[in-house]
Write a protein that binds this ligand. Structure first.
Ligand code: Z5A
Length: 207
């Protein structure tokens, strides 16, 4: 059995990850590829509970270290119970955010030590890395405007603009460091143009 491929979609607030995840899923299905669609933090019952705790704006402040460990705890469950079994069965996995988000939000946004994140990445993932990552990039104000259309902000969305600028810079740095894996699309274009870009990237990957 040929192992499936692991594709992740990344980017800051409101850049269109959820919208385009469905688009990529349909495109792959049209090519007779069986796809498991999932997200981080989340993807298993326990990881979804950790997601709720991470996003809730509760009275007890979550320390940076607790946040980082909760994210990797959720990821460990997700890899063991969803991602690895699917890939081993030959299914493709399409995931809304993965470890590039940790480098961007915890590394860039929170300014946490990159080598600690790398150490956790190695411990939790072993050799598992996405085969392809699409980074949707847009100026922070555009993503925030789109996200504002929603009723409430979660704990991350309540951060100041500087945090999201740092997240964006860290994502762009990840793309520079891993040009073969991470493909960038400008997400401030009309949706139809973003999706043309996605087709180019995915069809090149299929070839
Ligand atoms: N987090 C972390 O800190 N560390 C980690 O390791 C991981 C995550 C994995 C949850 O993520 C939070 O977890 C996240 C980082 C943290 N923090 N936040 N915030 P999430 O994925 O659930 O959160 P999100 O980024 O807030 O997702 P989102 O706001 O739902 O954004 P989106 O999925 O990228 O956008 P969308 O819902 O597809 O689109 C937003 C709106 O824009 C919608 O009305 C669309 O119709 C519209 N849209 C989309 N594309 C376009 C274009 N091209 N033109 C015009 N309008 C568009």
């Amino acid at each position: 059995m040929t192992r499936g491929k692991f594709i992740t979609l990344e980017g800051g607030e409101g850049v269109g990850k959820t919208t385009n995840l469905t688009f990529i899923q349909k495109y792959l299905q049209q090519h007779n590829i069986s796809v498991v669609v999932t997200r981080e933090p989340g993807g298993t019952p326990l990881a979804e509970k950790l997601r709720q705790l991470l996003l809730a704006d509760d009275s007890e402040t979550i320390s940076e270290h607790a946040e980082l460990l909760m994210i990797f705890a959720a990821r460990a469950q997700h890899i063991k119970h969803v991602i690895e079994p699917a890939l081993a069965k030959g299914q493709w996995v399409l995931c809304d955010r993965f470890t590039d988000a940790t480098f961007a939000y915890q590394g860039g946004g929170r300014n946490m030590c990159i080598s600690t994140i790398e150490w956790l990445e190695k411990m939790v993932q072993g050799h598992l890395k996405p085969d392809l990552t699409v980074l949707l990039d847009a100026p922070v104000e555009i993503g925030m405007q789109r996200a504002k259309a929603r009723a409430t902000f979660d704990r991350f969305e309540s951060e100041k603009i500087i945090f999201f600028e740092q997240v964006r810079r860290a994502y762009l740095l990840q793309a520079d460091l891993h040009p073969n894996r991470i493909k960038l699309i400008k997400a401030n274009q009309p949706l139809v143009d973003v999706q043309c870009g996605l087709i180019e990237i995915i069809s090149a990957f299929l070839r």
